[in-house]
Design a binder for this molecule. Structure first.
Ligand code: FES
Length: 164
């Protein structure tokens, strides 16, 4: 069992620590336990703070650098918190040509949000993706499940203000 008092992080509640303990306990003798333990722990916390990675490595008795290596290698893992709303902006050719750069620039400026980042209040996360398959609508931004095509930088705040 990992040392419960070693995990201190504002986003991780005692209840979450208990769940992570159970996850570690249930997996620790399984070969290749690192990935399932990281995945399940990420489901519990929402992302993987470094403190959680250290805690898992202690619990599994695997060097922290190895666990960290796995967590950073797979795109399924996030080491930073995600916002309540996920903005995906398309950087494919059609969208690029039609001005997605300006749209992204406006998002970054108005919300102090860089690609791969999350706003301070955790309202939005911004990702850049390759072709969303809606090139006819370029430039395309998807917020959660909603697709916005043909948008201009000036429409950015109007669209995003709907998402609290
Ligand atoms: S290039 Fe943006 S949707 Fe295809």
């Amino acid at each position: 069992m990992a040392a419960t008092d070693k995990l201190q992080h504002p986003d991780v509640t005692p209840e979450m620590i208990r769940e992570i303990d159970d996850i570690i306990e249930s997996q620790k003798n399984a070969p290749g336990a690192v990935i399932p333990v990281l995945r399940m722990s990420q489901d519990v916390v929402g992302y993987l703070p470094v403190e959680v990675i250290d805690y898992i490595s202690a619990g599994l008795n695997i060097p922290s650098s190895d666990v960290y290596g796995v967590a950073t290698f797979y795109s399924l893992f996030s080491l930073t918190p995600k916002g309540r709303h996920r903005i995906r902006a398309c950087l494919g050719t059609a969208c690029y040509v039609k001005g997605i750069k300006e749209v992204m620039g406006r998002i970054s400026k108005e919300f102090d949000l860089e690609v791969g980042g999350t706003t301070e209040d955790r309202r939005f996360s911004l990702e850049a993706v390759r072709c969303l398959g809606a090139c006819g609508l370029a430039p395309v931004v998807v917020v959660d499940q909603d697709t916005y095509g043909g948008i201009s930088a000036d429409q950015v705040s109007g669209i995003l203000e709907k998402y609290e």
